[in-house]
Design a protein around this ligand. Structure first.
Ligand SMILES: Nc1ncnc2[nH]cnc12
Ligand SMILES: [Zn+2]
Length: 343
């Protein structure tokens, strides 16, 4: 396929998004609308002033603003509206499957009931599937700057709503909060039949990726870009085809890589790792999933072969059934064949 057709392929190919925090999809306009609806006073005078504060130096500088933004979410309809706005964008980007993180502790700590959070998000997932045909499921994420005891309490509070989420994750401040801190709660979740994923190797060392694999027994690594510092880990990730949910624009905005041109995704892919492309917190990092693909490919010069591989990896790394995955891969193959014919 000619290089000129690669952007069209990136835009239209069926893909899965496996690393997106729903609270990170809150656009400044929606933050202000929800603040007004709920009578919440924001420490920013306008949408523009809020957006101007999105100049991050590292993960923590982002998390401080991200948690402040989430403070406008109070009612079930707020969670519903936020998720529907994201799902409309994802469907427009030809996302056929999204596995959405949510951070219940960010809300329950402010007195919002677990049922309010989960019912609002879950209803949006169902309505989006009916309206746009997108398959959407939820992953409950524990905040790693809080204790394992707090994670256990959160799990207990969420279990009455077990049918509304497919797995659990681990996010927030990585440095100083190694995976081993959550070994027992992950073991309990595994026994409950939940899927397991964790952020590791975003800013933290390769030892945290090993910890997520060995102590937490995860099925995917979220980020994992620091794995490149450990050749043995690279060989292990390649040999096991462990999926890595990489987020290029996030890594650029949080200064993990100085520029998208320096991003190591092309090298990870060339080394045989099972890499996928995702948006992380699209409202804060300047783009949804197609923006991540388009900007990364423009910066690194990757082509159609890599585009196909990344989309296929994403579909096959979902928690959907093998038959469903195969049907999506067939859609991907049809899309590539159609574009090749037209070019
Ligand atoms: N990139 C990220 N890393 C860790 N926790 C997060 N929560 C939302 N986005 C995150
Ligand atoms: Zn993340």
């Amino acid at each position: 396929m000619a290089a000129a057709h690669v952007p069209a392929l990136l835009r239209t190919m069926p893909k899965a998004e496996l690393h997106m925090h729903i609270e990170g999809s809150l656009e400044p306009e929606l933050i202000f609308a929800l603040a007004q609806r709920n009578g919440v006073t924001l420490p920013y005078a306008s949408v523009e002033a809020l957006r101007a504060a999105y100049a991050f130096t590292d993960l923590q500088s982002f998390l401080d603003i991200y948690y402040a933004g989430a403070s406008v979410l109070l009612q079930e309809v707020d969670f519903y509206d936020m998720a529907m706005a994201y799902l409309a964008r994802a469907a427009a980007d030809h996302v056929v499957r999204t596995e959405i993180f949510f951070d219940p502790q960010t809300h329950t700590e402010r007195g919002v009931p677990m049922a309010t959070v989960i019912h609002g998000l879950s209803r949006a997932c169902k309505d989006a599937e009916a309206r746009w045909g997108i398959s959407a499921v939820l992953i409950l994420s524990f905040l790693r700057h809080l204790s394992e005891e707090a994670a256990f309490e959160t799990l207990e509070a969420a279990l009455p709503y077990r049918e509304h989420f497919v797995g659990i994750g681990l996010d927030s401040s990585e440095r100083g909060n190694p995976p081993e801190k959550f070994e027992r709660v992950f073991a309990r979740c595994k026994a409950l039949g939940l899927h397991l994923v964790a952020h590791a190797g975003e800013e933290g060392p390769p030892a945290y990726v090993w910890g997520a694999l060995n102590a937490l027994q995860v099925e995917r690594i979220d980020h994992g870009v620091q794995s490149e510092q450990d050749p043995e880990l690279m060989r292990h990730l390649a040999a096991t085809r462990m999926p890595l949910t990489v987020c290029p624009l996030s890594n650029q905005k949080l200064c993990v890589f100085p520029d998208l041109r320096d991003h190591n995704l092309p090298r990870l892919l060339a080394a045989g790792l099972n890499v996928t492309v995702n948006s992380d917190d699209p409202a804060y990092f300047g783009g949804y999933v197609n923006d991540n693909y388009l900007q990364l490919f423009a910066a690194t010069g990757m082509g159609a072969v890599q585009a196909y591989q990344l989309a296929r990896n994403s579909l096959e790394a979902t928690f959907a059934s093998p038959a469903q995955q195969a049907a999506w891969v067939q859609q991907l193959d049809d899309c590539v064949a159609q574009l090749a014919q037209a070019s």
